[in-house]
Design a protein around this ligand. Structure first.
Ligand code: ATP
Ligand code: MG
Length: 391
């Protein structure tokens, strides 16, 4: 018996005339993601990607990888049979023997997309259902079964699987179909989730981190690299730009009123990130704010911060509650790393009473005490680029 993977894609179906282009990007992404884990053959038909893995021991690993590829909605292991009802029975019997055990109920659903197959769907259900009912101790329940057995008669063969053994995919659009954006990646909980959400829409990302050595330790930098490497499981390699930020923070601390510190610092981040974005052909910045979460995330604070950026600032978490963000962080696998204690550059220079409703003119006035352009140039000159691979 041969077991293969059927992966179904989602939104691409809506792509009309452009569909082939999206499909090609998706296939390429799958090829790249699986290349180092297994040898396989792949083809696409009827909104489904068929993956035949040469070594059956690698199937689990391949499913795990595919569950991280944007664009796929379900990844299903299925037994492949000849398009012959006797072979389908035999194969179903062998494949499902561990599912149809004593005390469990099942039903069979059939779908015949190859209309040349001699039996119609209800007849297939009856034949296979009857056979499985006779062969195994479980019994039929068409209303609320423990296992829904699916038989699909498709172009290249017949496929058998249980709904309950499907793996949920990421959904979204394949990376590479939506340009590039630059993520401001801190060591916190929020920004990795923001990066995941934007790349889920098919956008390739690179990342910028502002690093205040020695106020923040080498460990804090490693934590950011670790977060980028978790994100890279979904996106493939991420270029991470680590910007030395200490001098800027010291200048702000020594020259600007304490309550303006955070906002002026955030404005520097946006300006520098935008320069890096332009140099790397990114079309937008991505940050992890949500309205009202902290003082620098009131609407007026966001206004004063984003004011310095001349490109769209995408803030996918903007309407989410902290617990919703945490839920996502757990799901994508970044949470445990995000909560490691190593401090972020901002926590070191946090004012006691930050302005929550800043007046733009006042911020601009205090900021003008600094040589903004020279500070930016120096930070960019000291920026290190790290290629981060999935880990
Ligand atoms: P996070 O959990 O993502 O750190 P936060 O709730 O701590 O977010 P802030 O510290 O106000 O919020 O930062 C808002 C956003 O600014 C972050 O989500 C991130 O996109 C960006 N940012 C903050 N600090 C840094 C940093 N050191 N390097 C890069 N980006 C940063
Ligand atoms: Mg933070």
């Amino acid at each position: 018996m041969k077991e293969i993977i059927l992966a179904k894609y989602g939104e691409i179906i809506l792509k009309g005339g452009n569909r082939a282009r999206f499909e090609n990007v998706l296939l390429n992404n799958i090829r790249n993601s699986l290349r180092e884990v297994a040898e396989f053959d792949m083809r696409l038909a009827q909104a489904t990607v068929y993956v035949e893995v040469h070594d059956p021991k690698k199937l689990d690993l391949v499913v795990e990888r595919m569950a991280k590829i944007f664009g796929l909605v379900t990844i299903t292991r299925a037994a492949a049979a000849e398009k012959d009802i006797e072979d389908i029975k035999r194969t179903a019997g062998e494949y499902l023997k561990n599912d149809l055990i004593e005390g469990r109920t099942f039903k069979v659903e059939a779908k015949r997309s190859d209309k040349g197959f001699p039996l119609k769907s209800p007849e297939i259900c009856r034949e296979i259902g009857g056979y499985l009912d006779d062969e195994f101790p479980s019994s039929v329940d068409v209303h609320d079964p423990d296992r829904t057995v699916r038989i699909e008669i498709r172009d290249f063969g017949a496929y058998i699987y249980c709904d309950e053994n499907k793996t949920a995919g990421q959904g979204g659009m394949p990376i590479g179909t939506g340009d590039r954006a630059t993520l401001l990646l801190s060591g916190g909980i929020d920004s990795p989730v923001a990066g995941h959400m934007i790349s889920k829409r098919g956008v390739e990302i690179n990342a910028v981190n502002f690093f205040s050595f020695p106020y923040t330790s080498q460990r804090a930098k490693e934590k950011v690299i670790e977060l980028a490497s978790i994100l890279a499981r979904y996106t493939s390699k991420i270029n991470l730009y680590v910007v030395p930020f200490t001098e800027i923070q010291i200048q702000i601390r020594d020259n600007c009123p304490e309550e303006h510190m955070t906002l002026i610092m955030r404005r520097f981040m946006m300006r520098i990130a935008e320069r890096i974005a332009r140099k790397t052909k990114s079309l937008a910045l991505v940050t992890g704010e949500s309205v009202g979460q902290v003082a620098s995330q009131t609407l007026s604070a966001l206004d004063v911060t984003n004011d310095v950026a001349d490109m769209p600032v995408l803030q996918p978490l903007i309407g989410m509650d902290k617990n919703e963000i945490i839920e996502r962080a757990v799901k994508i696998g970044t949470f445990d790393t995000s909560i490691l204690p190593y401090e972020d550059c901002c926590t070191v220079f946090t004012p006691k009473h930050p302005t929550t409703h800043p007046v733009r003119a006042n911020i601009e006035k205090t900021e003008s005490r600094l040589d903004v352009e020279t500070l930016i140039e120096a930070a960019l000159a000291g920026t290190e680029m790290i290629e981060v691979y999935p880990r």
